[in-house]
Design a protein around this ligand. Sequence first.
Ligand code: CP3
Length: 358
Amino acid sequence: MTANDSPSGRPPGPQTTTYDSTFLKACRREPVPHTPVWFMRQAGRSLPEYLKVREGIPMLESCMRPELVSEITMQPVRRHKVDAAIYFSDIVVPLKAIGVDLDIKPGVGPVVAEPIRSRADLARLRELTPEDVWYVTEAIGLLTGELGETPLIGFAGAPFTLASYLVEGGPSRNHEHTKALMYGDPQLWADLLDRLAAITSSFLKVQIEAGASAVQLFDSWVGALAPADYRRSVLPASAKVFQAVAEYGVPRIHFGVGTGELLGLLGEAGADVVGVDWRVPLDEAARRVGPGKALQGNLDPAVLFATPEAVETKTREVLAAAAGLEGHVFNLGHGVLPTTDADALTRLVEFVHTETAR
Ligand code: CP3
């Protein structure tokens, strides 16, 4: 028997202690004692303890300080008792790490100094090495010790969403420059997405090798595309990322917003778990995604601004739609909104755990 061939099928390495966690079991579509919960963008934002440790430290700099990253990643786990931690970083960190001149502007998001729009610009995107992101390896080393049996989710931006920031130069409503490149120069577009797929794959591998027990690919803005364009111009690059990390055996989650028409194709790209926004009920989403995948989602994040009774009613609706799924990880349909009341999140975790206890 080799190290890769344990009787339980567990992957070797630091993930062993989290293998039997409720979150990973649900991702693997195994029976669970209760539905696991975590929240996209659970770290940071409105948590007072986050605002305190971040005081005076710019966002990207905070991502490069291992002890601070570890502390911020732990904060929502301690406060809300969520079933998984998400590594504190940002989707543009690997781009910054290979030398792209960009910054994260508070209230705006990532802003790129010189957008990438020509073949000459492509040369600015070199391959990512583990040394470029040494602080990620170090922070995850600290975290796996602190987290114990709570799994850590690593993450990266998907090629399309990263391309949108790089080509537009910042956040965009219509993605017009991105689409202009995609339709106008398909070969340059394919080369750009390929390069981003390689960077993203390397970044996820660093996180898994350091101890992340699952990974999520955020394709936040992919809902801007029609299915035929997604299949032709984006799916192959995202599929390469999932393929690149398949050998580790950790669950791979795929999430986008406004993806009702794309859910089947998101499943085809190769993830084990498909994240669903709040627009499609989970039973209908399961029909669109097809068998053999767990689903993650999908309470509208804005519901948390309603009364506690309304939150419970809307949560029961999500759980009822999820009742027949092969595997369900409870989450919001997109990230926690910045002014969300932290106590509403804590109550929501407890409510889902109690309602689904079996
Ligand atoms: O739980 C967590 O918060 C984990 C860390 C995390 C951040 N960004 C930290 C962050 C994660 C998982 C992300 C992912 C991310 N970043 C996505 C995908 C998820 C999604 O929301 O769709 C995207 C599209 C980005 C790009 C980005 N970075 C945006 C749109 C913003 C918001 C700008 C703003 O200020 O409203 C950021 C900045 C950012 N990333 C902050 C944090 C905590 C806020 C910066 C700050 O606190 O100063």
